[in-house]
Each structure stands twice: as C-alpha cells, then as structure tokens.
Design a binder for this molecule. Structure first.
Ligand SMILES: Cc1cc2nc3c(=O)[nH]c(=O)nc-3n(C[C@H](O)[C@H](O)[C@H](O)COP(=O)(O)OP(=O)(O)OC[C@H]3O[C@@H](n4cnc5c(N)ncnc54)[C@H](O)[C@@H]3O)c2cc1C
Length: 413
C-alpha cells in the first residue's frame, strides 16, 4: 500500500531508521566520559536527536579516575585563573543541589605550619576571595581552627597548631557519568557503550561515521569529546586539521588504610608548591592524591609509578603524626588529564580551563572538539558547546539543565 493510503495510525508509528542518510541524527557524540555524556544529555533535552559512542564502558577513562572534588580550585587563584575559579564556584552550588544522592559538602582543613611557601595571611586572603568569588552560595565559609581543640588536629604532627577550614564538594564521579547518560537516554538519546568511532568523513553536508560494530551512522554534527584521545580522533579518525594541541598530564592517587576517623579532608601544601588532598574514602580508607606528570600518548599504561607513590607517601608524611608506609596502600589509581596545551612549562601549571574548538568554520556539518575541563564544570561546558553549535540547529530548545536534578536527585539533602 502506498504510504499516503496507509491508515493514519500506521503512518505515525512507522519506524524511522534514525542515523540513516534519510534521517540523520542531529548530533553524533564521540566519548562517554563526563563531557560527552553531559553534552548528550543537554542536547537531547533541547530536542536534538543524539547518538553517543563510547569505545569502552561509560566513564571508563579519566572521568572515573578523578580526585572526585566539586571545587573551584583554591590553588588556581595563584595562577590568576579567576574566570575558571568563579565559574567552578558558581557551579559547585548548582551541582550539589542537582544530585544530593551522589555529591555533598566537604570541609577541608588547611594546616598552617613552619617552613611553608605561602604565608598564613596570604592563604587567609585567598580563602576570603574564594568564599566570595562565586557569589553568595549556600556553603559555610572559612573558619580558623586551633588544632588542639579540633578533632582534625589529633591526626597531625604537633608542629601544626593552627589551620583554616573551608568548604568544597565531593562527588561520586563514575555515577555522575552514568546518571548523565541515563538522563540523555530518558530524553531520547541513543547511548552505545563498547562502540568505537573508527572513522568519519563529511559527505554531502552530513557526517558519515563508521563504528567498530561496522555500523554506518549519518549525523548533521559531530562532537569530539574523546578526552585523552581528542587529538587521536581529530587527526587519525576524522583527518581534520586543528591548530589546537592537547597536553596529557597523568595524576595518580593512593588509597591507604584509614589515617583519620572524622569526616573532614585535608589540603596539604608541599614544598614544591603543589597541593595534595587526603580525603575520607569508602568508610575504612583514606584517598591521597594527586600527582602531575606529563604522560606519553593516550594509549600508554595509566598506572601509579613507584616515584609517584613515594611522592604521595612523603607528601602525607610531612603532616600526619603516624607514618604511612607502602604496606598501608590497598589500591592505586591514575587518570590522564586531556589539557589544552597553553605552553605552560610545568604540568601542574598547565590550564585546567576548557577550550571548545569548532573546526572548518563555515562548513555545513560542524565538528566541535572539547579540550580540557573539570568534572566540576562539565554542565557549563555542555551549555557552552551548545551555544557554539546553536547556529547549526536553529530549532534547538533553550538551556534547561541548571536547576534540573539528575535522576534520583529530586530531594533536598
Ligand atoms: C588525576 C585527576 C584528578 C582529577 N580531579 C578532578 C577533581 O577533583 N575535580 C574536577 O572537577 N575535575 C578533576 N579532574 C578533571 C576531570 O576528571 C576531567 O576533566 C574529566 O573527567 C574529563 O572528562 P572527558 O569526558 O573529557 O574525558 P574522559 O572521561 O577520558 O572520556 C573520554 C572518553 O572517550 C572515549 N573514546 C576515546 N576515543 C574514542 C573513540 N574513537 N570512539 C568512542 N569512544 C572513544 C574514551 O574511552 C573515554 O571514555 C581530574 C583529572 C585527573 C586526571
């Protein structure tokens, strides 16, 4: 029967072969880390048809190997990264309200002691700015602690007499990725884990993509959110010309038997200017991290080296009264930061800000690549990505994710 003679109901329910050349997806997102899943969720909720490809499991790479902090990044203030810190601090409140089941307030104790590089008054000034930069949030402000009178002092060496205590947030990073993917799917996105983008080319104003499952997918736009593989996808799989380059920086953590029994974390300054966190972890453990080491290629082994392990043990032992040894380590994990290469000399001073690049401006099928970023700013990054893609999708809906809880998060903590 010709389609126009079919009963009306049958015409409406006839399946559309979405992803075909006749019915391309609006967006093909490559990478199921926090940035890919965050963009897929936002785009699907604005009415775009979305396909997401993840070559491993969702969140398998950097997005499950972070320090799990929702934070402005106090130390970035000394690099004058005010825009990054302000955006992250504003976002901290938004995220803590949207997902009270997987993220919560954490108080950080910053011990002041002899021989530290930063003067106490400078730290207090930094915290004064940190408390205000993001506007009037709902988190408690900085307090001065006399460590002899506070439970957090008992675990520290006696030379630490005073500390500042400030607020940031903690999140289960892997679950955050999954909840974004779930919500993307609930809004109509087609999420495909264990499916690699092999290659894609522009054909007649569309992207034609081939996957590891030998599927051919057509899409109007492509988002490269491949994290540490962003350059691999750009150069090897898309054959695109990009001036942007990525700097891969590995960060390692050690998980040791519980060093302290209270719920606060520590912010531990190191003689080289770096910061190490010691965080209560899964009840019986303490998470200590992270390092910053340049990392060779996205496919290199992402492991905590003996040098990184020893650095973290020394960093913690500068502060804690009871020595932590390699025998106390129950697990180590590492992740690779896919940072935008801003030419900084050291890995720890390379920018943590994100850069979104639209390649081949003016061409019909857009390609947007994501460099850098933080877990904390993923939702804002997704909004910024859709602003960049807006001219290509004029019917796209308005921003909606601020103030919308993630699945399961619709209650006040
Ligand atoms: C040690 C460390 C600690 C950190 N701590 C914090 C913190 O406390 N707070 C914070 O806010 N941020 C933190 N970050 C930053 C944050 O973790 C990252 O910015 C974020 O996870 C990057 O997410 P992503 O989605 O860009 O990358 P990823 O999570 O790496 O996702 C990219 C995905 O793309 C997939 N992929 C690649 N190529 C293909 C292909 N061809 N086809 C299909 N899929 C492909 C990969 O398998 C991967 O899953 C930390 C980072 C590190 C490394």
């Amino acid at each position: 029967m010709p389609a126009d003679l079919a009963p009306r109901e049958a015409q409406e329910t006839a399946p559309v072969d979405l992803g075909s050349v006749a019915h391309p997806y609006d967006l093909l997102v490559v990478g199921g880390g926090i940035n890919g899943c965050g963009i897929a969720r936002d785009a699907a909720g604005r009415g775009l048809s979305v396909k997401l490809l993840e070559m491993e499991d969702l969140g398998a790479a950097t997005s499950s190997a972070s320090t799990k902090l929702i934070h402005g990044g106090l130390r970035y203030l000394e690099h004058f990264k005010f825009r990054l810190v302000r955006e992250a601090l504003q976002e901290r409140d938004v995220l803590l309200k949207a997902m009270p089941h997987i993220a919560w307030l954490m108080r950080f104790v910053l011990p002041i002691g002899p021989g530290q590089r930063r003067a106490g008054w400078l730290l207090r000034l930094g915290l004064f700015v940190y408390d205000r930069l993001g506007g009037r949030g709902s988190l408690p402000g900085t307090e001065t602690l006399m460590l002899a009178a506070d439970p957090s002092g008992a675990a520290l060496k006696p030379e630490f007499v005073k500390a500042y205590e400030y607020s940031d947030g903690w999140v289960d990073d892997a679950r955050l990725v999954i909840l974004n993917a779930r919500d993307a799917a609930a809004n109509g996105a087609d999420v495909a884990p264990r499916t690699r983008l092999e290659r894609a080319t522009r054909v007649d104003g569309l992207w034609r993509a081939e996957t590891s499952g030998e599927q051919i997918i057509f899409a109007r736009g492509l988002v490269n959110a491949a994290g540490p593989w962003v350059a691999d996808v750009l150069n090897a799989r898309l054959g695109a010309n990009s001036a942007a380059s990525v700097r891969l920086v590995r960060g390692s953590h050690i998980v040791v038997r519980q060093v302290f029994a209270h719920e606060k974390s520590y912010f531990l300054q190191q003689p080289d200017g770096r910061i190490i966190f010691a965080i209560p972890y899964e009840g019986a453990f303490t998470l200590i991290g992270t390092t910053d080491s340049d990392h060779e290629g996205p496919n290199g082994a992402v492991i905590c080296t003996p040098a990184e392990r020893d650095y973290l043990l020394d960093a913690a032992n500068r502060y804690f009264a009871t020595a932590i040894t390699a025998e106390d380590i129950v697990w180590t994990y590492s992740g690779v930061r896919p940072l935008y290469d801003d030419g900084a000399s050291s890995a720890s001073s390379a920018t943590r800000d994100y850069v979104l690049e639209v390649s081949d401006a003016g061409v019909a099928a857009p390609l947007l690549s994501v460099f850098g970023g933080k877990i904390t700013t993923y939702r804002r990054l997704a909004e910024a990505a859709l602003v960049k893609l807006g001219p290509f999708f004029e019917d796209m809906g308005p921003p909606w994710t601020a103030g919308t809880p993630l699945p399961g998060g619709n209650f006040a903590a």
